[in-house]
Design a protein around this ligand. Structure first.
Ligand SMILES: [Fe+2]
Length: 421
């Protein structure tokens, strides 16, 4: 049974089941409800509100998000707020995807405290909740650690309520806001434009947030027991699965947690032995200096046209070897997708990846280069953006781990760098 076939079998099951693929590709399926954990009282999360990203340089983020990705600046910190927080903040939006960027004015700023320990990255994940008092009470009763009590601000825009908690996501905090009665993003932010209905790429929302951990068990248990998230799916992959015994390789283990009411999804990765230190997840942890958010996926309507335009605007994507596309027609058959709407040569031209496991149900994805490469600035860090278009598949591109690895192996064989195994 192939990797994608197995994944297909999983996705046909309820979400409380997981599939683990071991190194011999055998499938182990197990209930994923944590056994003793009963249905927990909901926190009342309504949606992902925004991501707060701490940077040294606001201007280059404006170039990427506004000039290239066509986000619109919807607000910026007022002079008073900038002076009080010792950081300049600006918010960009496309559809429901909102990013706030803060750059420190001095070492006392929250942004500076993050940046003194890490390269640029996501320092706060913000959720909209129905009732902050309720969410704080539930979180605290389950052992969560609030940084603040619920803070209520009333100004000309209405009433805004918020509190924050610490997390096992390194120095990334979670913030909960109650802003349905507030006409604006945050108190202290001056609105610079109305929230856009869309943008030229039809970016609609953030599909998922992916984080990397030296070990993810504490974060998974915390999400389950403190926040009430549930396991969505599990996959493991190691290059040894394909290449056999080698003196090198790379692997990862990935578990997606979700909040069923809001649909918010967090993918979580840890390195997988052998060669733990070579795992891209470990490389991230070393570059980021601890656990943190690795990427977020932006949903678009037409990925091929979007990628073409983004490339014309100077956005750089991770390259995909030609051999991936040479093997794609056969892979589409074996993984069960069959026919796709797109011309494979067009996907090859733009470097867009395909994954899925059911007849004519698939997703298309591509990864931008990490910010350090995108900006040619090491301090910009290892965070990157994914662009995704869903056409019936709700997975995360796990089949591409194997397909990409196999295609790189074929390339290396073709170039005489390694012997055929
Ligand atoms: Fe992703």
């Amino acid at each position: 049974m192939g990797f994608s076939r197995a994944y297909s079998d999983y996705t046909k099951q309820a979400c409380c089941q997981s599939i683990t693929i071991d190194r011999s590709n055998r499938i182990r399926s197990a209930p994923h409800n944590g056994g003793h954990v009963s249905k927990r009282e909901s926190l009342g999360i309504k949606r992902l509100h925004s991501l707060h990203y701490y940077v040294r340089d606001l201007e280059r983020m404006t170039r990427l998000f506004v000039d290239r990705l066509d986000f619109i600046e919807v607000g910026r910190s007022s002079a008073e707020r900038t002076a009080a927080g010792r950081q300049q903040s600006v918010a960009f939006a496309a559809g429901d995807a909102v990013f706030t960027f803060s750059a420190p004015l001095d070492d006392t700023a929250r942004a500076a405290r993050f940046l003194n320990k890490h390269p640029e990255g996501v320092g706060t994940i913000v959720f909209e909740v129905a009732d902050c008092d309720h969410a704080l009470k539930v979180i605290e009763s389950r052992g969560g650690t609030p940084i603040t009590d619920v803070q209520t601000t009333t100004d000309d825009n209405g009433t805004f309520r918020t509190f924050s908690i610490t997390t096992p996501f390194g120095d990334t905090t979670f913030r909960f806001v109650e802003s349905e009665k507030y006409d604006g993003l945050y108190p202290g932010f001056v609105k610079t434009a109305p929230r856009p209905n869309g943008n030229s790429f039809d970016i609609s929302h953030i599909d998922h947030i992916t984080s990397n951990f030296p070990t993810m068990a504490p974060a998974l248990l915390w999400m389950e027991h403190v926040l009430g998230f549930e396991r969505y799916w599990t996959v493991e992959f190691h290059t040894d699965d394909v290449a056999g015994d080698r003196d090198h390789g790379s692997g990862l283990k990935s578990i997606v947690m979700w909040e069923p009411e809001s649909g918010v999804k967090f993918a979580n990765n840890e390195p997988k032995r052998p060669f733990f230190r070579r795992s891209q997840i470990n490389v991230f942890s070393e570059e980021h200096r601890g656990a943190g958010v690795q990427h977020t996926a932006l949903v678009v309507k037409d990925i091929v046209t979007s990628v073409q335009t983004l490339r014309e605007r100077g956005v750089e994507f991770m390259p995909t070897p030609d051999t991936y596309y040479d093997a794609l027609p056969e892979r589409l058959k074996t993984c069960g997708i069959g026919e796709i709407d797109e011309d494979i040569e067009v996907l090859r031209k733009h470097g867009v990846l395909v994954d899925g496991d059911q007849d004519k149900a698939y997703m298309l994805q591509i990864f931008m280069k990490e910010q350090a490469s995108q900006f040619n600035a090491p301090e910009a860090g290892p965070f990157f953006l994914e662009i995704i278009q869903r056409k019936g598949d709700q997975g995360f591109g796990a089949g591409n781990f194997r397909a990409l690895f196999e295609s790189i192996e074929r390339q290396q064989v073709a170039e005489g760098k390694v012997s055929p195994s």
